[in-house]
Ligand binder design. Structure first.
Ligand SMILES: Cc1cc2nc3c(=O)[nH]c(=O)nc-3n(C[C@H](O)[C@H](O)[C@H](O)COP(=O)(O)OP(=O)(O)OC[C@H]3O[C@@H](n4cnc5c(N)ncnc54)[C@H](O)[C@@H]3O)c2cc1C
Length: 373
């Protein structure tokens, strides 16, 4: 059986970032990922600038062709608001982002295997990780970075996995050259909201989150786009002019925003595996990368300091995770419920229009400061 210092389950942003960080500290790292790269993912593809200095320290340079500094918000009745983003961000497709990180991970010596993890056990200070290819691997430390939900959550009997959630995510790329580079637009419609922003390829990403209750009023994504989403005048204008670039939009079901634990069965959970912020905040990717940094630092302390026990590492990681992200998640939940309530969303937009400082305060409450090692 192959033995590693660290095994990382899942090679999205959190898994790949922690793999790079820890391999650069000279640990022997195995990353197990379900899908080969590159691949598209359902995501708004606006990433906050807060992660740029940290990724640069890890030697990861992102294409900055699409620099975004302006947020546009509209209600379903067509009320529109525009404001500068305090820190701003980058428009980058997950197809490119994850692939850049994957290539970096290989270059710093991470072993990557394309296998699905279906079980993990922990005994006598050692993890055994089992995969669908009937392999098993041994490690001292395991990071769970397998995203929003996975069969592993069932194995671990995590609370959120047994509950149905009302959310569905849909995404596709479109061609609309006149769409401004500097803009991320968030438009509300019945039962959900959708984000528009450009990516490094010049394509415009349209990604939305919607309740099943609203979605099931129509029989297909096409019908939902024309009959429900297009009632928002801005989305209607977009869909009329833009040319779809995907054969079919992508979708993901059962998107859960429930509370999760940051440590489960002695694994440090990173990114969405530890908790997902409402996408309207545009901070999930930065949180995934930031949580990978926190976990990597605690793991480094654990390996290099014999007086620092596993239980101290777990407690410190969980505490730091909560300290860094809990307020963002709470604000995200509050904003989502206001935005989806027609009366409350008009009132919120009215208040924000009269007091533009309020929106910047809300953005700051869901984002962090630039992070470095
Ligand atoms: C509709 C929507 C829009 C969003 N828009 C934005 C946005 O504009 N900006 C933003 O910052 N955030 C956004 N987010 C959030 C963002 O997409 C996530 O927070 C981010 O992808 C989390 O990264 P991750 O590494 O935790 O998970 P992921 O990127 O999901 O990676 C998890 C990886 O684990 C792999 N995996 C799963 N199970 C297994 C297994 N058993 N074995 C091996 N591999 C496995 C998967 O294949 C996947 O590659 C959005 C989310 C949604 C739902």
């Amino acid at each position: 059986m192959d033995h590693y210092d660290i095994i990382i389950i899942g090679g999205g942003l959190a898994g790949l970032t922690s793999a790079i960080h820890l391999a650069k500290e000279a640990y022997n790292v195995l990353l197990l990922e379900r899908c080969t790269y590159p691949h598209h993912k359902v995501c708004g593809e606006y990433v906050s600038n807060e992660i740029v200095p940290y990724l640069e320290q890890l030697g990861v340079a992102l294409p900055k062709t699409v620099s975004i500094d302006t947020l546009q918000l509209s209600t379903k009745t067509g009320k529109l608001l525009q404001t500068k983003l305090p820190l701003g961000g980058i428009g980058i497709s997950r197809y490119t982002f994850d692939h850049i990180l994957y290539k970096k991970a290989l270059s710093v010596g991470v072993t990557v295997k394309f296998e699905i993890v279906n079980n993990v056990t922990f005994s006598k200070e050692t993890f055994t990780v089992y995969t669908d290819k009937e392999n098993c691997f041994i490690a001292n430390v395991v990071i769970g970075a397998y995203g929003k939900r996975s069969g592993l959550d069932k194995q671990l009997k995590r609370d959120f996995i047994s509950k149905n959630t009302p959310w569905l995510g849909v995404k596709a790329h479109y061609s609309l050259p006149e769409f401004p580079d500097h803009l991320v637009a968030l438009h509300n419609f019945e039962g959900g909201y959708g984000g528009l922003s450009k990516t490094e390829s010049g394509a415009v990403n349209f990604c939305y989150l919607v309740t099943y209750k609203s979605f099931k009023t129509e029989k297909s994504i096409d019908k939902f786009n024309s009959n429900v989403i297009s009632r928002n005048i801005f989305l209607c204008q977009f869909l009329e002019k833009a040319q779809p670039l995907f054969d079919e939009p992508m979708s993901i079901a059962q998107v859960s925003f429930d509370r999760k634990e940051a440590v489960e069965a002695h694994m440090l959970m990173c990114g969405d595996t530890a908790g997902l912020i409402h996408p309207l905040c545009g901070n999930g990717m930065a949180m995934a990368i930031h949580s990978a940094k926190i976990a990597s630092e605690r793991i480094h302390d654990f390996f290099k300091n014999l007086d620092y026990s596993r239980s101290e590492m777990e407690t410190d990681y969980a505490r730091e995770w909560a300290h860094t992200f809990r307020r963002r998640l709470q604000t995200g939940r509050m904003l989502q419920s206001l935005l989806l309530n027609p009366g409350a969303s008009n009132l919120l937009m009215g208040t924000i229009t009269k007091s533009p400082g309020l929106i910047r305060t809300l953005i700051k409450r869901t984002h962090g400061k630039p992070i470095t090692t």
